[in-house]
Design a binder for this molecule. Structure first.
Ligand code: FEO
Length: 392
């Protein structure tokens, strides 16, 4: 077996997908990704923790060529990029049992047509001895599906959290070597996948805080042999207050909204607010999602199209609402020629954020002197709200 050895008898089988550029037909992957399975050999039994995306089935089969027996396939998460090769594994190792949470069991049956009798459901905290090695299963719902669990290898102090604490990053390295690169990839991953479940993540971080963890071995991206790096980053993203940042996702058709946004960016910066404008025709949704992690304010910029907001602005508002960032304030800037319901439409789409709405600036045509004054007021309103909230 050609694989990265974490310890004697513990191996990382990381199928790097360097060229993949889109996940779930939605999420951009600028740095590719990897699907990591792990092989754990006890004195009596052998377990495979998660599998890989079926697109990389050959990788897994090749690396397990010399592995005669696998007794357990641990399915931490039923999504197919980790579970998709379980049917192949069952074919290769017909005596293997699949270990999953009670919630995962029907999902594995539905998604992968795995026979029910093959799956053993384990309770929270239940252990499984491999002989001188023990796996403990920790239910961790909503990171990021309802059925997720983490697996802890007790004797080696290794946590296998699947998606949780991972990153979409293809790399030839087993452990994190450049923390800046991984921080960026992990933050992007958190923003796109985990952020909507912030409360569940808090509970799950709480659940593992007293575990002695030497290595965190996720199923995407490199493993962490300095676990405090990723745990600290998650704490900051999950518990930290939003920052003195305004994000402006905008789209412009004939330059009016662009001019408004450029003016607002300068006005906010002059008042001490960090600003991040995102032209929705050029930015990727991952970058926008990342920007939303820390921003206290979101201002959507849109022209009027067909009596409503531009579809790109509608998409950005829908996305921001779905990702549930810590946003405290929202507003809208835009321009119309003969009328628009854009303000009602965008406000409605953002209602799930439960953020305070700062009066929008929606103007007729190209901005004029009075419009610039209105944008000055909007900038002052935002800066004042940030000051009152004592944002750093
Ligand atoms: Fe990496 Fe939720 O699958």
């Amino acid at each position: 077996m050609k694989a990265n050895k974490i310890r004697d008898g513990v191996y990382m089988l990381a199928a790097a997908h360097w060229e993949r550029r889109l996940f779930d037909s939605l999420i951009p992957l600028p740095d590719g990704t990897s699907y990591n399975a792990y092989l754990v050999e006890g004195q009596e039994k052998t377990a495979l923790i998660d599998t890989v995306d079926p697109m990389k089935a050959d990788f897994l089969m090749g690396h397990l060529q010399d592995v005669k027996n696998i007794d357990y396939i641990i399915s931490n998460h039923a999504e197919q990029d980790h579970s998709g090769c379980i049917p192949l594994m069952i074919e290769k190792y017909p005596d293997a049992k699949v270990i999953a949470t009670p919630k995962a069991k029907p999902m594995l049956k539905d998604l992968l047509l795995i026979p029910e009798e093959k799956i053993i459901a384990v309770e929270d905290g239940e252990t499984l001895s491999l002989g001188k090695r023990t796996l403990r299963f920790i239910h961790a719902p909503w990171v990021h599906w309802p059925e997720t669990m983490l697996t802890y290898l007790e004797e080696d102090h290794i946590l296998f959290p699947c998606d949780f604490l991972g990153s979409h990053l293809a790399t030839s390295e087993m452990f994190v070597s450049d923390e800046c690169v991984v921080y960026e990839a992990a933050k992007r991953y958190y923003a796109e996948i985990m952020m909507p479940f912030r409360t569940a993540i808090q509970k799950n971080l709480e659940k593992i805080k007293d575990l002695n963890i030497e290595i965190i071995a996720p199923s995407h991206g490199p493993a962490h042999n300095k676990p405090e790096f990723i745990l600290k980053a998650y704490s900051e993203w999950v518990y930290g207050e939003p920052k003195n940042i305004a994000v402006i996702p905008y789209v412009s058709m004939h330059g009016s909204v662009k001019k408004m946004v450029e003016y607002l960016v300068e006005a906010l910066a002059e008042k001490g607010v960090s600003v991040a404008p995102h032209d929705l025709t050029a930015t990727d949704v991952g970058r926008l999602a990342m920007a939303l992690v820390d921003a206290a304010t979101v201002v959507i910029g849109t022209p009027a199209v067909l009596a409503g907001a531009h579809p790109a602005a509608v998409y950005a508002a829908y996305l921001a609402n779905a990702l549930r960032p810590k946003t405290k304030f929202i507003s809208i800037v835009g321009s119309y020629s003969w009328g628009s319901k854009a303000i009602d439409q965008i406000s409605g789409l953002l209602s799930g954020l439960r953020a305070e709405v700062i009066p929008p600036v929606f103007i007729k045509g190209f901005p004029k002197e009075a419009d610039y004054r209105a944008l000055d007021s909007l900038a002052e309103n935002i800066a004042q709200k940030h000051r009152e909230s004592n944002l750093k």
